[in-house]
Design a protein around this ligand. Structure first.
Ligand code: SF4
Ligand code: FES
Length: 273
């Protein structure tokens, strides 16, 4: 996305913002005009100014999620002009700056739309399905102690790099919002990859992938049909290679003879612990 305002000139923007009081209320796009937008503002600061204006007028501010505003927490879920986190590649909504917009431009702001992420209010959606997937097995269940001395546990450089890249997933859910099926494969694959590539994750490798896929299938996520929109929308550039690794890990778990967990589609048998 090109930088459109390099002059520091304040802008007037036409915003179309999704307003919806509750999960079951009827929502609609509401028009707002916002003056004096500084190009150095972040997208969320621009929304703060809009909210200040609404509060002064006695109107309800726009509800939206945010926390770190540094691109690391994954909270700032919103669709900007049809793109989860906005049109700037590898950028979260909180790190998107208004210099990429021009005076008089119209911007459409909507919540992440996915069956597994029900709307709570305005732009806020419930992404707790991701938490339940992590709780199902996305961790190492024993205390692995403090950081070992360098080279105490040999890890091939390639594995360390791949695990680190997977670990950069911030759990934002943009991959789900970008997928026409609402699939969560990129997120789950990043979390499974991160641990399965490291020796500390090896002990629970088979059980972890089985449990996480079982939980993913138990939520309202759709199926992956290899469209790749997830990776295109990911602000952390999580690679589709992780999905291939997730599939391999899942197959390995199934044929390992270890305890497996049922999938919603009945593709394997067993019972969750
Ligand atoms: S894979 Fe990317 S888009 Fe999906 S949750 Fe992780 S960081 Fe967000
Ligand atoms: S607010 Fe934390 S990533 Fe945007």
């Amino acid at each position: 996305m090109e930088t459109k305002n390099t002059s520091n000139k304040l802008m007037t923007l036409h915003l179309k913002v999704w307003r919806q009081k509750t999960k079951h209320a009827k929502g609609q796009l509401v028009d707002y005009e916002l003056d004096n937008v500084n190009p150095d503002m972040s997208f969320l600061e621009m929304l703060d100014i809009l909210n200040q204006k609404l509060i002064l007028k006695g109107e309800e501010p726009v509800a939206f999620d945010h926390d770190c505003r540094e691109g690391i927490c994954g909270s700032c879920a919103m669709v900007i002009d049809g793109n989860p986190h906005g049109p700037q590649k590898s950028t979260t909504a909180c790190q998107l700056h208004m210099r990429h917009y021009s005076d008089g431009q119209t911007i459409v702001i909507e919540p992440f739309l996915a069956k597994a992420f029900p709307i709570v209010k305005d732009l806020v959606v419930d992404r707790s399905a991701f938490d339940r997937i992590i709780q199902s097995g996305g961790y190492i269940s024993v205390n692995t102690g403090s950081s070992p001395d360098g080279n105490a546990i040999p890890i091939p450089k390639e594995n360390a790099d791949l695990a680190f890249d997977a670990a950069t997933c911030i759990g934002c859910g943009a991959c789900v919002a970008a997928c026409r099926n609402g699939a969560a494969m990129l997120f789950v694959s990043a979390k499974v990859s991160q641990l399965s590539l490291l020796p500390q994750g090896e002990a629970e490798r088979s059980e972890r992938v089985s449990k996480m896929v079982y939980q993913m299938d138990s939520e309202d996520f759709g199926s992956c049909t290899n469209m790749g929109s997830c990776a295109g929308a990911c602000p952390k550039d999580i690679s589709l290679e992780n999905i291939a690794r997730l599939n391999r890990e899942f197959m390995r778990s199934m044929i390992s003879g270890r305890k497996s967990y049922p999938r919603r589609d009945g593709a394997n048998e067993g019972s969750p612990a």
